[in-house]
Design a protein around this ligand. Structure first.
Ligand code: 3HC
Length: 326
């Protein structure tokens, strides 16, 4: 088959809603886009552990500590699923991590902001993870099999992340004046960085057209952002909370809450490494990578020993396994 014929057959599969699997023929650009997007998604999960991790030792109760520990641990698992999904496309873990630690690769800009109070943990859970669910529910329909299946598991866990955050915000909003002020302050700081998670406007998005053509994304950046705003505004208003947008208004005709302009200069400043916490986040990841060097070296040495001297340690007895069916 010519490449044109292969591409035609590939796009026909996408149009039929078929999942593309690792061994299937795919355009090189499809593979490149997926490796870019999935690896940066994985980086976001891992770096996203840092802002919340800073509050594990300062959680106000044992229950809150346990919930936050479980959430941060989930994010590490999400990163693993996603790195594995990228590896099915031929990317190596070493290369992906090197791209992150050398700043060649991106991760979600939202994680470059500081968590200044305990209320931030609730607001991140409700807003940031809530935004992630909207984006990731869309990605669960992605044309690439391993990515869409990873999303199914991740979305289930994100729902717990969102609910625990929403519960915290509700309790704080109904608490003392100081607690209300703390949670409103957190919303004021996280509202716009959360809206930026959905990416540039569709007209400015250099990857969206290709990603939509090949079914990697099935809804646009602006469409998902609007879903998020329509979902959050009524719930925040019901709690007597507001968002820092004087131009916010409800459009009776469309039923949409319309936001004011997003500060794209701030967005690109943070994406390009000049946000409040970019240096601190990367330094923490570089240090963690260095601290884990001995583990990687020990595993490599063991694998080498296995290869040259055969299997090590007590061998399983030959013959039928004691649990073999009778
Ligand atoms: N932060 C950092 N970089 C961003 C960004 C953001 N919020 N939004 C866009 N960019 C980058 C893109 O990576 C791209 O740069 P690149 O070509 O060098 O990779 C450039 O800006 C142009 O953006 P595009 O709109 O053309 O890029 P996409 O079409 O890929 O849209 C996206 C960006 C919406 C982030 C999309 O990549 C996507 O849906 N990715 C998968 C989901 C994801 O990565 N989510 C990150 C959050 S993870 C998370 O929420 C964890 C949870 O536990 C809280």
């Amino acid at each position: 088959m010519t490449d044109e014929a292969r591409l035609e057959a590939f796009e026909a599969r996408i149009a039929r809603g078929e999942k593309i699997e690792p061994g299937d023929w795919m355009p090189e650009q499809y593979r490149k886009q997926l490796i870019r997007m999935i690896s940066q998604h994985a980086h976001s999960e891992i770096v996203g552990m840092l802002p919340e991790g800073a509050w594990i030792t300062r959680a106000p109760t044992l229950r809150r500590k346990l919930v936050l520990l479980a959430k941060v641990q989930d994010e590490a698992g999400h990163g693993q699923y996603l790195y594995h999904a990228a590896e099915t496309l031929g990317a190596t873990r070493e290369q992906m991590l090197d791209d992150l630690l050398s700043s060649r690769a991106k991760y979600s800009s939202v994680f470059n902001y500081p968590t200044l109070s305990w209320a931030d943990i609730g607001v991140i859970g409700w807003l940031v993870d809530g935004a992630a669910i909207i984006n990731q529910t869309m990605l669960a329909k992605s044309s690439y099999g391993p990515y869409s299946r990873a999303m199914l598991r991740i979305c289930a866990e994100e729902t717990f992340h969102k609910k625990q955050g929403q519960e915290m915000v509700i309790l704080l909003s109904q608490g003392t004046p100081k607690q209300r002020a703390m949670v409103q302050n957190a919303i004021n700081r996280w509202w716009w960085p959360t809206l930026m998670m959905f990416g540039p406007h569709d007209s400015e998005s250099k990857n969206s057209a290709e990603l939509m053509r090949w079914g990697v994304k099935t809804r646009s950046n602006d469409e998902l952002r609007q879903v998020f705003v329509n979902q959050l505004i009524p719930d925040l208003h019901a709690l007597g909370l507001s968002v820092p947008d004087p131009q916010l208004r409800f459009d009776e005709e469309t039923g949409n809450w319309l936001i004011g302009p997003i500060d794209w200069d701030e967005f690109w400043r943070v994406v390009k490494g000049n946000g409040p916490c970019n240096a601190e986040r990367l330094e923490a990841r570089r240090q963690a990578h260095e601290d884990g060097r001995w583990v990687r070296e020990a595993l490599a040495a063991y694998a080498e020993k296995q290869k040259t001297e055969g299997p090590q340690g007590p061998q399983r007895p030959q013959g039928p396994c004691e649990f073999a069916r009778p």
